[in-house]
Design a binder for this molecule. Sequence first.
Ligand SMILES: C[S@@+](CC[C@H](N)C(=O)[O-])C[C@H]1O[C@@H](n2cnc3c(N)ncnc32)[C@H](O)[C@@H]1O
Length: 227
Amino acid sequence: MSNLENTILVDLARKLFRGCTNFHIEPDSVKLMTWSWQELFVDLTLRSPVIKKYPISTELSRIFLKKLINCIEPVQEVHDNLYAELCRAMNNSAIEDYCYRHYVISNDLNNIITMKETKNMVVNGTTGMRTWEAALMLSDWILCNKELFSSKDVLELGSGIGFTGITLAKFCEPKSVTMTDCHEDVLQVLCENVDINFPSQCKNRSSDGTTYELDNTSFVPRRHPRC
Ligand SMILES: C[S@@+](CC[C@H](N)C(=O)[O-])C[C@H]1O[C@@H](n2cnc3c(N)ncnc32)[C@H](O)[C@@H]1O
């Protein structure tokens, strides 16, 4: 696969993983989406082990696949697996309270942070049940300045379901990360997201939070009272 074909594949995969349906494909790029490219795309995304275990929203994958197929169809034959995945998404149209989004770090499809979250801005009186654009931008900045966090005790206020703190704990080698939120439902999903992204870590529960021991990092989602 050429560098350009690979770049197009990773870029589209990142958008699908994140549930982003707003993409544009240049006509020249569509020519590179050959039968084998399409097969690889489906294998690396919708049929990958991580998506099988933590499925993305069927509604968003349906919109994404329809748009992708519409782009490919006039130029070349569409792979059966793309149609099969579209049919699966269309048949499985139950209303989803939660889905999983997968955030690709440093354009590496093997380097993914998986988040259980909702598509809604506000759920049960809180804005904390989804990953906000601000969390993505802050995390990008953190990843560009890892040395500032190395061996530090880091406290995050209003961490929501945890994307920023999880990214920091995973990639910046801090001494500890304490993530706080005031909403019980948010804290519960935050703990689930820590479990997903650090599956084999030791966990201790206490009345004011859950502590995870991550190699050299201690990691604490904690209740923080509303002011
Ligand atoms: C807009 S969300 C942002 C979540 C996350 N930081 C992000 O960017 O994806 C704001 C979060 O702050 C939490 N929050 C608001 N006021 C708070 C307070 N006084 N103490 C702790 N958490 C608070 C909310 O429960 C919510 O989860």
